[in-house]
Design a protein around this ligand. Structure first.
Ligand code: GLN
Length: 544
């Protein structure tokens, strides 16, 4: 096996940006011609984040293979080439679930099932499942903070792996916070010392320490950390606060982190080719113009709930050489009387995905406003469904049109729970369990979609067939296709068998498009998603 493993732990406090550090390090290794992947191990008990509240946990990121994963996987995909899959995210719940199933099946032959070795073995096999002859380096990010009770089995597993795989194949990076006491003008290393002490008490000696700090750490501070934490003097790096997350790989490269990692892992690689990263940073620091986009949704208090969307809009800006200013507007505060004032001065409006009734009428009012006032509009998943409802009500004059999600007994469910459809991936009928506890199973993961010639979508993608990721229960109701088409709604993207409506547009408008899938999951800074690139271009045109 040629794969080497880098484990990334965090200390002092959470939210230090372990995910971004892992992604940046992986991007640097990739720029040196190595193949990489990143895995997130989350110590919570939920089997996956699919059922978690976005207000608490942020966005649920969806992979091509339909896994509902932690939002850090979105960062990984935006920073490196290798796509993520269900193997890139494990939670304690998923690990325990699998061990308990094995126990029930009798796989342990009557033995006592314990955290060590059964849970730790399960964790190790999840980590080792990444290894292959095509993969040079796997980076494993351990969620949470060192010292958390829940994280212990994961830390014990990665400790054992050094013994199992040999020390040249394993490296530990610890990310900490070095606060600066402004009045004394002093960087404080004590929290880092304590955190490393904690890590060592469970048998892990970090090889590299990355310190989050407001400003770059002076040499003497780095040397002090190296001395107390027993790492090489050139193995302490500062991850300073950067304006844009896309500056981080170059920041770390300038301090030589990639070379240090290669030396420690005894890996040889070509010089880093960072041209695309440099160009990106230059671009984002010198925007030629700015557009302001409103995101009208219900999870506006926690920006993390729209993480990929936020990034994809910025990418759309990079592709047009402009900056994108985002305004989050709570759809519950929008009604006919206030919509104009709430959305004043905006160059484009986006209604994102979501679940449940709250704030829906505000979204529908927003869409009507964007349609009538010819403001570029982009509706995603629930945003597309709301656009269909709005069009049915106000243009096709089906006054009580609604989604069965919001009004179960509606007479005119233009959006409804489709029980079965033709699955182009398997060429078989796929059934949605409409009786399930959660009210219908979700359509999850990547699906093909055929585009109508001469549509906005076709122009944006420049091809006939696309693949995009889904996460929803409800669908466009084909019973209403004819009447909506007669009234000018263009069904510009359909599943290959034609039974699922994936994109709707209207023609007499600068840019109005709704899609049933989540294009934001497939956008990256160097390769903005075509729909976001086009939407931002339309917003710029609208401004002028
Ligand atoms: N609530 C809608 C559905 O389940 C939309 C979901 C979404 O926006 N992701 O179909």
């Amino acid at each position: 096996m040629k794969t080497k493993f880098i484990f990334i732990t965090g200390g002092v406090l959470s939210s230090l940006g372990k995910g971004l550090t892992a992604a940046s390090v992986a991007a640097l290794l990739e720029s040196r011609g190595l193949t990489t992947t990143i895995q997130k191990l989350d110590p919570y008990i939920n089997v996956d984040p699919g059922t978690m509240n976005p207000f608490q946990h942020g966005e649920v990121f969806v992979t091509d293979d339909g896994a509902e994963t932690d939002l850090d996987l979105g960062h990984y995909e935006r920073f490196i080439q290798n796509p993520m899959s269900k193997n890139n995210n494990y939670t304690s719940g998923r690990i325990y679930n699998s061990v308990i199933q094995k126990e029930r099946r009798g796989d342990y032959l009557g033995g006592t099932v314990q955290v060590i070795p059964h849970i730790t073995d399960e964790i190790k096999s999840a980590i080792l499942s990444l290894a292959s002859d095509d993969l040079d380096v796997a980076l494993i990010e351990i969620g949470g903070t060192v010292g958390d009770i829940e994280g212990l089995p994961f830390l014990e597993s990665i400790r054992q792996l050094k013994k199992d795989l040999g020390k040249e194949n394993v490296l530990y990076i610890h990310l900490t916070l070095v606060p600066c006491i402004k009045v004394a003008g002093e960087f404080k290393t004590k929290p880092t010392q304590h955190s490393v002490k904690e890590l060592r008490s469970i048998g892990i000696q970090p090889n590299i320490i990355v310190c989050r700090s407001e400003d770059a750490l002076p040499d003497d501070v780095c040397n002090k950390i190296a001395l107390f934490c027993d790492v090489d003097n050139d193995a302490v790096f500062s991850a300073v606060d950067v304006k844009s997350i896309y500056e981080l790989p170059l920041e770390l490269y300038n301090q030589g982190i990639d070379q240090k990692i290669l030396d420690l892992l005894k890996l040889k690689a070509k010089n880093a080719e960072l041209g695309p990263w440099k160009e990106l940073v230059k671009k984002l620091k010198n925007p030629q113009d700015t557009v302001t986009i409103a995101i009208v949704g219900k999870y506006v208090e926690l920006k993390e709930a729209y993480k990929s969307l936020h990034e994809a809009l910025l990418h759309g800006g990079f592709a047009n050489n402009i900056a994108v200013n985002l305004e989050y507007v709570n759809s519950e505060e929008i009604d006919d009387a206030h919509v104009a004032e709430k959305l004043k001065g905006l160059d484009g409006i986006l209604v994102p995905g979501g679940f449940g009734t709250r704030g829906v009428e505000g979204k529908i009012t927003t869409i009507k406003y964007a349609r009538e006032n010819k403001i570029p509009f982009f509706g995603i998943c629930l945003g597309m469904q709301c656009a269909v409802i709005e069009y049915a009500r106000n243009v096709a004059k089906i006054a009580d049109a609604n989604s069965a999600e919001f009004e179960t007994s509606t007479e005119n469910p233009v959006i409804y729970l489709m029980a079965e459809w033709f699955d182009p991936r398997t060429s078989q009928k796929e059934c949605r369990d409409t009786e399930s506890e959660k009210g219908g199973t979700m359509r999850l993961g990547s699906y093909p979609c055929t585009l109508e010639n001469d549509s906005l979508a076709h122009k944006a993608y420049g091809k006939n067939e696309i693949h995009e990721r889904h996460r929803h229960r409800f669908e466009f109701n084909n019973k209403y296709s004819e009447i909506l088409k007669e009234n000018g709604l263009l069904l510009s993207g359909l599943s290959p068998a034609g039974d699922l409506v994936e994109i709707v547009e209207i023609k007499d408008h600068p840019w109005f498009l709704g899609c049933q899938f989540h294009p934001e999951f497939k956008s990256s800074p160097m390769k903005a998603h075509p729909l976001f690139k086009d939407f931002i271009a339309a917003a710029l045109k609208n401004k002028k």
